[in-house]
Design a protein around this ligand. Structure first.
Ligand code: GDP
Ligand code: MG
Length: 305
């Protein structure tokens, strides 16, 4: 064994917390690359998303998860399964909280995420995010308040948005991550396929463009992905809705809303793939798919073996 093999550290870190605390923003900021979609609406992330941070002497595998909630339908149950399985896999769990909510005392200390870390009993950091929204003197009283929640191994205030203290977060993590050879090829940032990222990018635009229940009732199924050496890549996707009545809203007057969606999604996919794309979108209705195990399997919301 060489010196570096003796000291190389590698491990799994789960990002958990309530919806909208900034888990996906933190993952993207740590990886300096957008691999998990971010919106200002809760429950955007539906899977366990794996992001790999490679350093000369370490590899940290981050698991971004859906925000912890009480599930109301089957899709949400699957989402909570992904969050639990991330915690089970983790060497270190990062519980993210929203600093502003703690300051305003709108943070519910009996939330499901706290329950989850209590049950898991792993090395756990409390990560207080969004401190860019706070004045310095507001932080100290907050810390005392949060310390009583759980015997955290570390408490680290950060801003995922401005990158404040995120390097410190990584160096502190490395103290707890075991000496281990890398789990993944050190050249890659994720194990997911391009297809998955492409469907997530379309979903992201849907979250931005539509209101109320539409984003939550929608999933995106990539049906064809043809990389052509000459000319544009051909990507066909089904935008799947729950009810016929949602079709009109998605498509819009004279197809304008769908056109707009297609144009924004295409641009973001082209930036990601670094190649021109012909994006062919189709709208489908799969009655009540969020509550149907067969459809959930078909659309990739599957428990891993
Ligand atoms: N001001 C501020 N906003 C943030 C920060 N981190 C995330 N956000 C915003 O919070 C919202 C939710 O972020 P997201 O990463 O999707 O949260 P998630 O649901 O926990 O994955 C988005 O509008 C982000 O831009 C931060 O450090 N500061
Ligand atoms: Mg997220």
């Amino acid at each position: 064994m060489t010196e570096s093999q003796n000291t190389f550290r590698s491990g799994y870190v789960a990002l958990i917390g309530e919806p909208n605390v900034g888990k996906s923003t933190l993952l993207n900021s740590l990886l300096k690359q957008k691999i998990s979609i971010v919106t200002n609406k809760p429950q955007t992330t539906r899977h366990k998303i794996l992001g790999i941070l490679n350093g000369s002497d370490h590899q940290i595998v981050f698991l971004d998860t859906p925000g912890i909630i009480k599930p109301k339908y089957l899709l949400q149950e699957m989402m909570m399964h992904f969050a639990s399985s991330a915690v089970a896999d983790a060497d270190v769990v990062l519980l993210l909280v929203d600093a502003e909510k703690v300051k305003d005392k709108t943070y519910d200390k009996n939330n499901e995420a706290i329950e989850k870390i209590k049950a898991a009993n792993k090395t756990t950091f409390l990560v207080i995010n969004k401190i860019d929204l706070l004045k310095k003197q507001e932080l100290l009283p907050m810390l005392a308040d949060l310390q009583s929640l759980f015997p955290f191994d570390e408490i680290i205030p950060i801003s995922a948005l401005t990158n404040f203290n995120t390097n410190e977060l990584v160096s502190t993590l490395l103290k707890y991550i075991p000496v281990n050879p890398p789990y993944f090829d050190t050249e890659i940032v994720s194990d997911a396929q391009e297809r998955f990222f492409v469907s997530e990018m379309i979903r992201e635009i849907i979250f931005e463009q539509y209101e109320q229940e539409i984003p939550y009732s929608t999933t995106v199924d990539i049906t064809e992905f043809k990389e052509r050496e000459l000319g544009k890549y051909y990507i066909a996707a089904d935008i799947v809705l729950e009810r016929n009545s949602q079709k009109g809203i998605l498509i819009g007057k004279e197809g304008r809303a769908l056109k707009r969606l297609g144009s924004f999604a295409r641009k973001s996919i082209e930036t990601f793939l670094g190649h021109a794309v012909f994006l062919d979108l189709h709208v489908k209705v799969r009655e009540d798919w969020r509550g149907n195990q067969n459809w959930l399997d078909r659309f990739g919301y599957k428990k891993e073996e």
